[in-house]
Design a protein around this ligand. Structure first.
Ligand code: ADP
Ligand code: MG
Length: 233
């Protein structure tokens, strides 16, 4: 605000603006700055694995991704409707990128998001239990509009980890949105989760109202690595 007022005071005398016009400019500037500060805070809180944007997701039929779907997702209607998104594909096809881009879109629309690799989240839950802040961490996670769970089912889970994950998804079901990235197709989740009863409960809450994005095509990571390899002299 102070900056906007200073700039207006410095305006050349020939450049006449009414008091109302000046006030309007100062108020608009103040709102824009506050919006910017809020967005910066939300993006920092989201702890995204990578800077990513839905506008830059590589769209091509071979990858199974099209512009219309990305445009629809960037409106964040899925967050408003409390729907989940499952991003499935082999390693290197851009799952983590899309997960981060979805969280970025949510932050830009005014929602709170947070990005976790699943092994890291399970570790934090175990630490929280040990230090007596388990309930408060669960409460915090349940209030986040978009929780990205990256690399779901990359490693087998222990019984306590399965139960922890169920607590997280149970609290969020139908209230907030969860984005899951995984190499495992949804039909294999039940078996991969291990315990049939808990697997039923987790799958039900994650898959029931989810949009599934299947990413295909060659690994972008491999392609990038080949491009940056030194050329033989
Ligand atoms: N749309 C994109 N534009 C630019 N780089 C991308 C895009 N999607 C993925 N990448 C890059 O490709 C590499 C692999 O993507 P990543 O999301 O890590 O794959 P996955 O999680 O499926 O293994 C990363 O270096 C990532 O930054
Ligand atoms: Mg990844």
């Amino acid at each position: 605000m102070a900056q906007a007022v200073r700039e207006l005071m410095d305006t050349a005398p020939g450049h006449q603006l009414s008091f109302d016009e000046k006030l309007g400019i100062v108020v608009d500037r103040e709102w824009a700055e506050r919006d910017n500060r809020r967005l910066t805070r939300r993006l920092k809180e989201a702890k995204l694995a990578t800077r990513a944007s839905l506008d830059n997701v590589l769209c091509d039929p071979e990858r199974g991704v099209d512009k219309a779907t990305m445009r629809a997702l960037s409106s964040c209607q899925w967050v408003k409707s409390k729907h989940n998104i499952v991003v499935v594909g082999k390693t290197g096809v851009g799952k983590t990128y899309v997960g981060a881009a979805l969280a970025d879109a949510a932050c830009r629309t005014g929602y709170r998001a947070i990005f976790f690799r699943v092994p890291r989240l399970l570790e934090e839950l175990a630490l929280a239990r040990a230090s007596g802040v388990y309930a408060s961490l669960l409460g915090k996670l349940s209030r986040i509009d978009v929780l990205v769970l990256d690399d779901f089912l990359l490693n087998p889970m222990t019984d306590i980890e399965r139960r922890d994950l169920l607590e997280v998804v149970e609290d969020r079901y139908d209230k907030t949105s969860t984005v899951i990235t995984t190499q495992m197709p949804t039909k294999t989740w039940h078996e991969a989760l291990g315990d049939p009863t808990i697997a039923d409960a987790i799958c039900d809450r994650l898959v029931h109202n989810a949009h599934v994005l299947k990413l295909g095509g060659p690994s972008i990571r491999r392609k990038k690595a080949l491009e940056t390899q030194p050329q033989p002299a």
